[in-house]
Design a protein around this ligand. Sequence first.
Ligand code: UDP
Ligand code: MN
Length: 266
Amino acid sequence: MNAAFVTLVTNEDYALGALALARSLRLSNPRHRLVVMTTRTDVDLDSLQKAGCEIRPVEAIPVSDEFARRHARSALHAAAPYTKGTKPKFHSPLDNFCKLRLWEYEEFDRVVFLDADTVVVRNIEKLFRYPEFAAAPNLYETLNDMHRLNSGVFVAEPSRRTFDSMMASLDVPGKFWRRTDQTFLESFFPDWHGLPYVFNALQYIYFHLPDLWRWESIRVIHYQYEKPWEENHPRTQQLQPLIDLWHTILDGKPIPAKLDPLTITR
Ligand code: UDP
Ligand code: MN
């Protein structure tokens, strides 16, 4: 099976995120490559290349002016405010839709997409054996989160047909995807397969649902909302151990053995 990890980078901030992700994958999942999709040629991605990533330029998804206006940062934040956490200034909602481009990568039988604000602390190769479309729940506050998916980690089967079909239903008159690609994917794959939440442990679980934060079973940490490289963000104190771990990985140090005694030596 031809399989790859894929992430997306459209600016310098997410390039830094992707670097930590790349370094974590090299330690935890050395057998598979990481493809970095990017819309930018003016952002320095040398360190990502040095970390073993394959850089692939992609075009932004072609959308109508109305669609772009509705999903611009200020319009989206006004129409569907974020009440549970803050989004960094460098987050442009419209850019999220570029993830869909991975369905064009037909040379891969399976792709595991990972947001650039994730780190992989254990082996996750088994995800390549899951069918399309598989994602973990958007679990970070209450049980009520369980019926929604989070699009920061998902399993896809690239197919240009699927991509074309997505393009036909994405930008239809008046359509507003309040959580961008996430809302779209949930609607496009209504019978999505559920992954265990440990394959996409959202950082807010750490303080909202501490009983579920089991270091020994967590495989992917996803820094949703505030990013670990934002200095003194509003959740810094609540998330300090997770932020420290992210910096350890970015610095190229090994994933602490205490966290994962089994996989690191593989
Ligand atoms: N992304 C990007 N540039 C942007 C917005 C998003 O490169 O301006 C990519 C990046 O891979 C990021 C993902 O899309 O991790 C989704 O955005 P983010 O992780 O910030 O959303 P959250 O997980 O906080 O909902
Ligand atoms: Mn994310």
